[in-house]
Design a protein around this ligand. Structure first.
Ligand code: 5AD
Ligand code: SF4
Length: 545
């Protein structure tokens, strides 16, 4: 990401019933044999672990799209070992949380979940500690993908899990039948390491994303009776590729092309939690894209914390823009997205690739973080306001309109009123189609933790509200200009209300529309905009695409 992760406003697929689960099944239907059977060519047969057959797992994901996709791969690894996925922790033998620590509140949620799983016999140690209220989901970054959210309050990281979080129904889970395996994956696992065992002794697996290659081995150790296992190395040059990925979205396939981050922004935990940059070989990416198209995916989204810093490790040495073009040319692929781009590595060649390939979506998420060069310098973002605006100018000069979205942080240490006004003026100047704005959250190990002139929480809140108001108005005006225009929409949601559907335009706008058709999910249709709101468009279907 320039931690810069793609906004997930678009991600949720609604009301798809069984269709939602067809990731693995699609592969099966397309010729991948059931678990344990062999196959010729294509995917290799999955490993079958007789000991694990029939065991169940529950996997809950917090955080960004990289985490969502990591969870799809983790699920693939478990399914290949003979596990079965269930949608609640009650029925699961293995309970896994794939965690996010980008901001403090995200990390707190994990300790809240762990508190819910505290066995009854555990002594309460946190009587005097107050849980904090759970942050309402302001945006979709912390969307839960696998399974439902359980009730419970948040605990402070660094403290024992509070009593209030010890939800009685979940407590039964750990006690009933015993032998549950509870694991913490992802960024909190990497950040807190073995300390998680101290705080929540009922956890038996702690594994950061840079060590996911070791997951099958760690699982085997747990199955063999080991009480505690960890995967916490970050000094790996491997990426996490799996033989089977259990994809949750039946039309849009996520594909990580670069993992980790070398950028070292002063506020960000990602370089610590996800390790250094590792890119996947271009041939392997292109092969996977071809297979995805063959089994029916029409949209692929290339993922990376800094996706455009992609550096092909193979002799082919494809540049990111060349890879983008090659993916766009794959037969059967109708939409290519990529996220998140870092401004420093964003060049004209990427804009040219978009211009030359209609299948590359006309949307770029280019996090700026601040409109003030002084703050950008303190953030170690490696560009000034003016340099960022040069990248914006490249996109504005493109032959077709490119929708631009961004991330911003308010209340960075030392941010003056004047700095903040420069951020507001950047909104006016760039005219973003969407902004994900966050209050600065001090994170462990990061250089900004020690910076002077912290901004009080209340003031951060005030600035955030002003920024969001200003941007809402910009979006309202921009979207209203689209009334009367017709867009191609990939339909990915069906409302409970009759004849109401939703989908996304190439620019990633949400379009709600009416159509009397009986089945449209997964189809590309033409929709004419009849009215507009700041975060979505309303239209009516005028034809098939
Ligand atoms: N505090 C607040 N926001 C942060 N982000 C990353 N680290 C922090 C932090 N410490 C934001 C950035 C990034 C997005 C995914 O999260 O805006 O682009
Ligand atoms: Fe993005 Fe900077 Fe964090 Fe890297 S260090 S993930 S570029 S915010």
């Amino acid at each position: 990401m320039a931690s810069d992760w793609l906004p997930q406003r678009c991600g949720k697929v609604k009301d798809m019933g069984k269709g939602f689960d067809i990731g693995l099944e699609r592969l099966t239907a397309a010729g991948v044999p059931p678990l344990g059977e062999t196959q010729e060519g294509g995917l290799k047969p999955p490993l079958q672990d007789a000991g694990a057959t029939g065991a169940t797992f529950y996997l809950e994901t917090f955080g960004c799209q990289m985490n969502d996709h990591d969870s799809e791969k983790v699920a693939g690894v478990l399914l290949a070992r003979g596990y079965r996925q269930v949608d609640g922790p009650e029925a699961a033998k293995v309970i896994l949380y794939n965690t996010c620590s980008i901001r403090e509140k995200a990390a707190q949620k994990v300790f809240s979940r762990l508190g819910e799983l505290r066995p009854a016999e555990e002594k309460l140690t946190a009587d005097s500690q107050q849980p904090t209220a759970e942050e309402p989901p302001k945006h979709n970054f912390e969307r839960v993908v696998h399974g439902a959210r359980a009730a419970g309050k948040s605990a402070q990281p660094g403290m024992a899990v509070p009593r209030e979080a010890n939800h009685p129904s979940l407590r039964k889970i750990v006690n009933a039948g015993g032998g549950k395996i509870i694991g913490v994956l992802g960024c909190v696992a990497q950040q807190e390491g073995e300390e998680i065992f101290e705080r929540a002794p009922w956890v038996s697996l702690v594994c950061g994303s840079a060590s996911y290659r070791k997951l099958p081995q760690l699982l085997a150790e747990l199955e063999a009776g080991n009480r505690r296992v960890t995967g916490l190395d970050t000094d790996t040059d491997e990426t996490f590729e799996t033989e089977i990925t259990r994809r949750d979205n039946p039309w849009r396939a996520y594909l990580t092309i670069i993992e980790g981050c070398d950028k070292a922004c002063s506020y960000c935990v990602v370089p610590f939690t996800r390790g250094p940059e590792r890119s996947r070989a271009s041939a392997s990416i292109l092969e996977e894209v071809r297979r995805l198209a063959e089994v029916g995916y029409s949209e692929v989204q290339l993922l990376g914390q800094t996706v455009n810093s992609y550096a092909d490790p193979s002799a082919r040495k494809m540049r990111f823009s060349e890879l983008l073009a090659a993916v766009a040319e794959a037969r059967g692929i109708r939409r290519v997205r990529f996220t998140t781009s870092h401004p420093r590595d964003f060049g004209k060649d990427i804009v040219e690739a978009i211009e030359a390939h209609p299948t590359i979506c006309d949307h770029v998420h280019l996090p700026v973080q601040s409109g003030s060069t002084a703050v950008l310098r303190a953030m170690a973002r490696t560009y000034s306001r003016e340099e960022y605006l040069e990248k914006i100018a490249l996109m504005k000069a493109a032959r077709r309109p490119i929708s631009i979205t961004t991330d911003m942080i308010v209340g960075f240490p030392g941010e003056t009123e004047k700095d903040f006004e420069e951020t507001l003026s950047l909104l006016d100047e760039v005219q973003y189609d969407s902004v994900f704005a966050f209050k600065y959250s001090p994170r462990p190990n990061t250089p900004s933790l020690k910076m002077p002139d912290a901004i009080p929480e209340e003031e951060k809140g005030r600035r955030l509200a002003i920024l969001m108001d200003r941007q809402r108005e910009i979006q309202r005006v921009r979207n209203e200009k689209l009334v009367g225009e017709t867009f191609e929409v990939l339909v990915d949601g069906k409302s409970r209300r009759e004849n109401q559907w939703s989908g996304h335009t190439s620019s990633n706008r949400v379009m709600n529309f009416a159509s009397p058709e009986r089945e449209l999910l997964g189809d590309y249709v033409q929709v004419k905009v009849v009215s507009a709101m700041p975060n979505s468009l309303v239209g009516e279907m005028v034809g098939r695409a």
